[in-house]
Each structure stands twice: as C-alpha cells, then as structure tokens.
Design a protein around this ligand. Sequence first.
Ligand code: SF4
Ligand code: SF4
Length: 342
Amino acid sequence: MVTLYDTCKIVIGAKYSIIQDLQRGLIIRVPREVIEYFDCKKRKLLSSHYIEEIETFLLDNELGFITKEPSLFPESGNNFVDFHDIEYFILIYSKYNYKYLARLFNEISKLQIWHFEIRFYDLVSKFKIRKVIKFVEGCGARSLDLFIKYNEKEDLNLYKELIIKHPIINIIVLHSCPLEQCINKNNNLLLTSKIIDSNKHCGIIDINTMMITYDSYRISKKFNSCLYKKIAIDEFGYIKSCPSMQTHYGNICVDNLGSIINNKYFIELYSINKDLISKCKDCEYRFACSDCRAYIENPNDIYSAPLKCGYNPYNGEWEIWDSNPLKKGAIEYYDKLTNGKN
Ligand code: SF4
Ligand code: SF4
C-alpha cells in the first residue's frame, strides 16, 4: 500500500482532484481512481490492474512510499501557532503617508509584524526609498518586498546595492519598465513592463500565482489566505485589510494600529475561508489560491466568488475572467466606485 508523504495533500474538487506537493510547490491533477485508492471501501472495487497503475504513478512521481502499516504514519494536524500580530503589512507610499511616516512606524514598532510590502506608484527619490527601508528595518519585521516605479535616470546598480546592504529585502520589482528582465541571479531584482500605478491591479487569480507551501495550506484551511492578519495603508492614510478594500478602520494621522488587530470586522474578514465561498468551496485549488475579498462577483455578498477568477471548477476550464458577460455588472460597479482608478 502506498501512503502519501505528509507534505502531499489531496484536494477533491467538483470535477477534478489534485495532489498538492507542498514541499516541491507542485500541483498534480489526478484521476478519480487515485482518490478511490485512498478510500478503504472504494479501493476494494478497483481492479488489481488499476491499483498497480496508481501505485506506479504515485511512486514514480515521488508522492508517497510503500508501507504495510499506513496507520503508523497519520497525517499531521493543520493547527499552527502564530506569534505575530500582523503577518503582512502593505504600505502604499504617497506624499500624504510620507508626512506621517515617523508616527506610523512608531505605532508599527509596538506590534509583531512578519512581512512588509511597500508600493511606490510614482517616481520616488533614492533618499526616500532608503528612508522607508530604514524605518522597516527598525521595526523588527523579517522581510520586505519593494515595488518601485522604474526611473530611467537611475542606475540599476542602486537597487543591487540596496539588496546587498539591506538583507531584509526579499525582492525589488521595478514596474512600468520598457522591458521584462530578471537582473540578479537569485531572482530578487525584477524589471516588468506591467504598470502598477493603483490598487486596481490586484486580485487576479491565476494558476501560475498559486501559493503551494505548508504555511499557506494550513492558513487557507482555516482562514482567508490573502487577508489573514493583513493590514494595509492606502495612499490617503486609511487603515484597511487591503489597499483595494472600501471599508477602513481609521486613518494613520489620528488612529492607532494596535486597536485594529482586535477589530471584529477585521477578524471576521480574514476568517472567511474558501469553504464559505460559493464556487470556491467546490474547487480543487481552494487551498492554494489566494482568493480576493476586495473584488467579488456580487459586491453585496461578501461570500461570493472572486471577480477576477476565470476558473470553473464544475467543468475544470479556465476562461478569461473579464470576458464573462455575467461579471459585467460587477466590473462596472468597481469601475464606477473607483472612478476608473484605484
Ligand atoms: S483582497 Fe484582493 S485586492 Fe486585496 S490584497 Fe487580496 S487579492 Fe489583492
Ligand atoms: S474558483 Fe475560487 S478557489 Fe478556485 S481558483 Fe477560482 S478563486 Fe481560487
């Protein structure tokens, strides 16, 4: 009998099922018979030919191992201990927020924060970039992603030096660039032609951007994998669950961040896992995909599916999400709400 490695998880969808290999970051679509193989009652109905084929498939793909005592290898639980007040902090850099940086980082330093993301939508001086990095370093965070508008007058060596000098930097993405290129060997300096000039670009669900790690699997079993303990400051200083959300919990000029982590709505929002979302609850990618609660198919129903997902778990096909006529109303709603931007 083949037993799956603990890092290989079966997820059953309405039409297809997958095995998520959380160690190698792989998603492997598997036929129904593989699921039946792991069900004692159904396995008895499979022919010996099928069983042999399935075991060869699992072993060849290094998804499991042979044992006569599978009960000795129970699946580990999905509980996790999380010591952080905030897992993910997004700051949209703006002239407004710059005025309150010292106050903001004073508040931040009272919290345990794991990861930072700073987005610079407009051109910014190297002095200001360095100043923001120093603030992040001073607050005890573990890593930092920077999205900076490409500046043709700036030498790329500046960004290479920043990465060397500040080990907290996980990646620098230079957006609005004339070309697509990866500069550093370890993929931490990227040039992209994508224009990231507003919060509207976020929320697109794609098979290539799925998160296939042990932590994200365990978080998405219980919580919303995108919004779990996430705080964002939009360009106007509003404190939100993500920069694209309409609801806010106050403004950095007067409110303190500490009170937000116990805010009822903040907790409720990050507790919406995929089992509660229409369509997603039947999808085999539900423990790998990020989800999105800011752009949803029915803006009046917080449990409706993400707007920018083109996957149909009932026929197993991907379509271009914004060409679906059923999404037209929601697309127009968000366009109107954000006045074509943000
Ligand atoms: S909720 Fe949607 S828009 Fe907000 S950060 Fe997540 S994916 Fe992006
Ligand atoms: S249907 Fe839901 S879970 Fe599946 S890929 Fe789309 S957003 Fe993700």
